[in-house]
Structure formats: C-alpha cells, structure tokens
Design a binder for this molecule. Structure first.
Ligand code: BG6
Ligand code: MG
Length: 223
C-alpha cells in the first residue's frame, strides 16, 4: 500500500527551478564563470552549498575563496533568489498539483516535502498549500543532500512510514537517485533520458494523479 507521497518542491510543486537558475547565473557571471542551462542540470536538486562548489569548480575557481567568502556568495545568491520569488502566489503552483494534494488528503495518503531548499516552508506558505503537508524534512538537519537518500528517509521516518510504502516525485536526476537510494518508488517529471532510473516519468505535472501513483507503485511490487 502507498501510505505517503513525498514531493520535491522546485520544479515539481512550483516552477521556482527557473529562478534558482537565473539567480545562480547572475552570481556566476559576476564571478566571471560561464553558465548555461546544460550546466544548470547538474545543480537541480542540489543544496545551496554543493551548488556553489560545483559552479566554482566549473569555472576552475574552487580554491579562490575562503569559507567566509563562500558564505557571502551563498547569501548573495539567496538574496537575488528571494527578490525574484517575492511576488510568488498560488497561481505559481504547477498544473495538477493542487488537485493531487486535495485527492491524496481525501484518500488518507500522507503528504511530505523532501526538498533541499531551506526556503521550502516559506514557499509553501506563499503558495497557500502548507496545510496539506503532514511533514517537512528539514534540509538544515540532514547530513547529506541529494543524490543521497537522507531527505526522503527523514520525511518517511517523521511520518512513521516504511520507505517501501512511499512514492517520491522529482524533476531532477539527483532527486530520482535520492528516492531510489531510499528504497522508494520514483516518479520523474520531465525528460525521460535525464530521469532514467525512475520507475515512471511523466512529461509534466498535469499528468500526475493518485491513480497513476498507485498503479506505478503496484507494478513495482507485483513484478
Ligand atoms: C533545490 C533546488 O530544491 O533546492 C536547487 O532544486 C537549490 O536548485 C536547492 O539549490 C537549495 O535551495 P535553497 O532555497 O536552500 O537555496
Ligand atoms: Mg526539483
């Protein structure tokens, strides 16, 4: 039985992935590091700190900054990002997500957030969907970010539900890897090639619904 559905946030619940991209691009270019969408794929789902390290490495500047300077750079990126999402409203919820949350709730299936973003709780508030969530894994408290399973395992543990009874939904390669490493069933949103490994991939969130989630899970355990 599926007892919980665990959601990634950026790129699954709302399209904030594009703001993370733009904010990092602005910062990287200030540092003289080229940045495009292809490189950005490596950052999806990845924590703020790991993202900065990957960007600096990409620009061959990994040894040029002290930890304090790196803290400042992360802060700067977050300030740019927060300005971009200041006007976020429930209109920014991706298609199909609101009705999915509603339906899961109605069917008594628990809902969790397993996002790497420290801005997650604030974004759920802005989108006016925080009350649907039975639990939120706190990225500040987990040891390892995605692709490690820690965020997903923490969410399941907080719900007192076994990983095998959870389905995770992700738009990033690192996220799908995290779900699989947690021994959960993974549904990807986006490109099949990028998200290979997921037990099922939909092109967009509009295609997500409870029936599909339950049937993907059943197929995994029937086979
Ligand atoms: C993930 C995003 O959800 O959160 C990443 O996909 C982002 O792009 C990460 O870097 C951390 O987010 P934040 O809001 O804590 O900087
Ligand atoms: Mg994401």
């Amino acid at each position: 039985m599926v007892k919980a559905v665990l959601f990634d946030l950026d790129g699954v619940i709302t399209d904030t992935a594009k703001y993370h991209y733009r904010a990092w691009k602005k910062l990287a270019e200030q540092l003289g590091i080229s940045f495009d969408r292809a490189f950005n794929e490596n950052l999806k789902g990845v924590s703020r700190k790991d993202s900065l390290d990957l960007i600096l490495k990409h620009g061959n500047k990994e040894n040029q900054y002290t930890s304090e300077e790196k803290e400042d750079l992360m802060e700067e990126k977050n300030t740019i990002y927060l300005e971009m999402i200041e006007q976020l409203t429930p209109k920014a919820i991706l298609p199909g997500i609101h009705s999915l949350l509603e339906d899961l709730k109605e069917k008594g299936i628990k809902i969790g957030l397993a996002s790497a973003s420290k801005n997650g709780p604030m974004i759920l508030e802005k989108l006016e969907i925080a009350t649907y969530f039975d639990t939120i894994a706190n990225p500040a408290e987990v040891k390892r970010g995605k692709p490690f399973p820690d965020l997903y395992l923490t969410a399941a543990k907080q719900l007192n539900i076994e990983p095998q009874e959870c389905v995770g939904i992700e738009d990033a390669k690192s996220g799908v890897e995290a779900i699989l490493a947690a021994n959960m069933v993974a549904i990807g949103v986006g490109d099949k090639d990028t998200l290979q490994g997921a037990q099922y991939v939909v092109e967009n969130t509009e295609q997500l619904n409870t029936e599909l989630i339950l049937s993907v899970w059943s197929k995994v355990y029937e086979s």
